[in-house]
Ligand binder design. Structure first.
Ligand code: BG6
Length: 465
């Protein structure tokens, strides 16, 4: 690994901070999301219902544990820490003229604490925390007014943290806007009756990508040392067989993902994007002004999450079907395929296509941890997962000549799950005493993987065993 390779971990405010109304914070979209229903998807309310349990309200209380947690990250040797700045903590409704000073103070503390440990802050500007007001009153990213609200937020952050924060990510997993049935987390979308879903997804995505391009430009204007990346979920996908129809189905499946990276990295709607819009039967008129904005706001690097791979095939009707079943690989407790080679494939595919530095900002194993009779958590399964994925990252760098800036695994400390709201789906190397009902002391303790990751970082990836 390069000498300045960034090692660390990633989190999101709504899954970690808690203090959901403290010091003037407004409600974000996550604050009205309950845990999972019997189908493991989140229940979304329109307001906070008394007596219901909302995991984001306490998270694992980073708000009051930030010194202790950052101390533990420093002990592992982190050189970077990715977190999001909760938009609704800074602009409670999203429309105010001036930011909430008390909300910003919390991030001053966090950033100063990180810097005192020589940990580079990596900030996700929007990680599933759009203010609820903007969703309910403005219709969220369907509405181009959100672009200005977002930019005002960006400007406050860039001015305030100038010289302190150099790495910024514009929108977490922006491509999930197209992939989700209802992209609530990504774009704050709640379907209206009779709405054309594809059209709305395309418009919301366009507005977000314009916001992202303007954000990149602004970041560079305010501080030429700012480096801004897009952030996508990379869905490594294999054709199920060598039947050319399956190979084509796989290509079609990748289109909604490259749709975003093509626009954000190349600065225009590529042939793939145009073909995809045709397939969706959506007409999008892009003004000359917007074309110019996209051209002038391409990202400096690509950051991405990678957890598992899928397989694609064409059915009898020639529709593209995607499934997680792959007989060659095992799965996690949550049925997610464990495929470390898929990460090497992801790194190669993205680098071949864009030749931009890549930053792995999410990767990890969500698992059930048991505290043994000695009070310890021996998470060899997690070490095994991470070891294999780091090894494939090394191979991509050393054998395939891919430019990788860093590796920030997901949830270095246990936080609530985004997909299910569960606490028992744990990714961390630091255990947090809290359960799915919100019981527990919130006490932090080290798992076996803590010392393992420390050794990996100390040796700059040389000693991963
Ligand atoms: C990514 C998100 O999709 O996956 C994170 O950016 C999320 O917010 C992570 O936590 C893991 O998913 P889950 O559902 O296991 O928390």
């Amino acid at each position: 690994m390069k000498k300045d390779f960034l090692w660390g971990g990633s989190t999101a405010a709504n899954q970690y901070e808690g203090a959901y109304l403290e010091n003037g914070k407004g409600l974000s979209l996550a604050d009205v999301e309950r845990g999972a229903d019997q189908y493991h998807s989140r229940i979304i309310d329109s307001h906070v219902v008394e007596g219901e349990y909302y995991p984001s309200h306490v998270g694992v209380d980073f708000y009051h544990h930030y010194k202790e947690d950052i101390g533990l990250f420093a002990e592992m040797g982190f050189s970077c820490f990715r977190f999001s700045i909760n938009w609704a903590r800074v602009f409670p409704k999203g429309i105010e003229d001036t930011p909430n000073e008390e909300g910003l103070k919390f991030y001053d503390f966090v950033i100063n604490e990180l810097l005192s440990h020589h940990i580079e802050p990596v900030v996700t500007i929007s990680h599933y925390e759009t203010p609820l007001y903007l969703i309910q009153e403005y219709g969220s990213w369907r509405n181009e007014k959100l672009i200005d609200c977002y930019l005002k937020f960006c400007e406050v952050l860039f001015e305030r943290y100038k010289g302190k924060v150099h790495y910024w990510l514009t929108f977490n997993e922006i491509n999930e806007t197209m992939n989700q049935k209802q992209p609530y987390h990504q774009a704050g979308i709640i379907w209206k009756e009779n709405e054309d879903h594809n059209l709305t997804k395309v418009i919301a995505s366009h507005n977000m990508m314009i916001a992202s391009a303007l954000c990149v430009k602004l970041a560079h204007e305010i501080d030429e040392n700012n480096r801004v990346g897009c952030m996508v979920q990379y869905p490594t996908t294999y054709a199920k067989t060598c039947n050319p129809k399956d190979v084509m189905a796989r290509r079609i499946h990748m289109a909604p993902n490259y749709y975003y990276t093509d626009i954000m990295c190349r600065g225009y709607y590529s042939n793939l994007c145009k073909a995809y819009l045709k397939r969706l039967n959506v007409q999008l008129k892009i003004s000359d002004k917007d074309k110019e904005i996209l051209k002038n706001g391409t990202v400096d690097f690509i950051s991405f999450s990678y957890y598992f791979s899928s397989v694609a095939y064409a059915n009898e009707e020639n529709d593209c079907i995607v499934e997680r079943n792959n007989p060659y690989i095992s799965t996690s407790d949550w049925g997610w395929p464990i495929d470390e080679i898929g990460l090497r494939v992801a790194l190669n595919e993205l680098y071949d296509r864009y030749q931009l530095p890549l930053f792995i900002v999410e990767n990890g194993l969500g698992a059930i941890d048991e505290v043994n009779s000695e009070g310890k958590i021996i998470d060899d399964y997690r070490i095994d997962y991470l070891k294999k994925h780091i090894n494939e990252t090394k191979r991509a760098i050393e054998e395939d000549e891919v430019d990788v800036m860093g590796y920030a695994l997901w949830g270095p400390i246990d936080i609530i799950s985004c997909g299910t709201g569960e606490m028992k789906k744990r990714y961390g190397m630091i255990y947090v005493d809290r359960d799915d009902q919100g019981n527990g002391s919130l006490k932090r303790s080290k798992k076996k993987s803590f010392d393992w990751y420390k050794k990996v970082i100390e040796s700059n990836g040389e000693d991963i065993n």
